[in-house]
Ligand binder design. Structure first.
Ligand SMILES: [Zn+2]
Ligand SMILES: [Zn+2]
Length: 245
């Protein structure tokens, strides 16, 4: 499984990083996990072909994770001349969110004719979802209300497991989400100062022996985290970083 950090930033441009987006390729599978507001720009900078992407999996509906979807769709429609179908999957209420997001970004775009089909899939923790040879397990995390609208994911492809926390404060569901994963990508927005809705690196460290990922990469860091240098003992994501698992 080939994973590239298209964007490793937070919502506020900390460190000049792009919003959250990971590009995953495994065999014939080619998909994004999250597509933040700046993700189309970041993809073009990295030379990633948007037309090759079949699926976008969204963790939640904050613009630094999903705000790039209207740009992706309109680029597909008017610039890249996409014809292959696109699936967008995420927590509820994805079917209400999608037209609202399109209309907010570009009035009139939600129902304009396209040369490609867009399928919206609502994911839930009780329904692991198969997309070709990928099994995508949704895990409810703790990042806002209603709780069912915030997911982390445990994605299994050909025996390899990629786990992503999404945005969340500490919740025990992260143990199941990341347990023994080949790669656990976890947000750690702050170092030790407790904040609402996000994880502190020190909190994650305290729980790491329960999660036991084979590899841990920290992402979605604030300026506070980015200034800590060697105090962060684990690998840190950066825009463009490629990981093979
Ligand atoms: Zn975020
Ligand atoms: Zn968020």
């Amino acid at each position: 499984m080939h994973i590239q950090f298209v964007g490793s930033g937070d919502a506020f441009g900390s460190g000049g990083r792009f919003n959250t987006c990971f590009h995953v390729v495994s065999g014939e599978l080619n998909f994004l996990v999250d597509c933040g507001a700046s993700s189309l720009i970041a993809m073009k900078r990295l030379g990633i072909d948007p037309n090759a992407i079949d699926l976008i999996v969204l963790t939640h509906y904050h613009a630094d994770h999903c705000g790039g979807v209207p740009f992706f769709i309109l680029n597909a429609q008017f610039v890249a001349k996409r014809t292959r179908p696109l699936t967008i999957a995420g927590p509820p209420p994805i079917k209400e969110w999608f037209p609202r997001q399109m209309e907010t970004a570009f009035a009139g775009s939600a129902h304009s004719a396209k040369k490609f089909e867009v399928s919206l899939i609502e994911l839930a923790p009780e329904r692991p979802w198969l997309f070709r040879n990928a099994e995508i397990r949704s895990v409810r995390v703790s990042h806002g209300l209603p709780p069912e609208s915030y997911h982390g994911y445990r994605i299994s492809i050909d025996g390899k497991v990629l786990a992503f926390s999404g945005d969340t404060e500490w919740t025990d569901s992260l143990i199941e989400l990341g347990r023994d994963a080949d790669l656990f990508v976890s947000e750690a927005y702050v170092y030790d100062r407790p904040v609402q809705m996000h994880l502190a690196y020190r909190q994650l460290l305290e729980k790491l022996a329960l999660i036991r990922p084979k590899r841990l990469i920290i992402t979605h860091m604030s300026d506070d985290m980015l200034s800590r240098g060697d105090a962060i003992a684990h690998e840190k994501a950066r825009d463009g970083l490629i990981v093979e698992i």
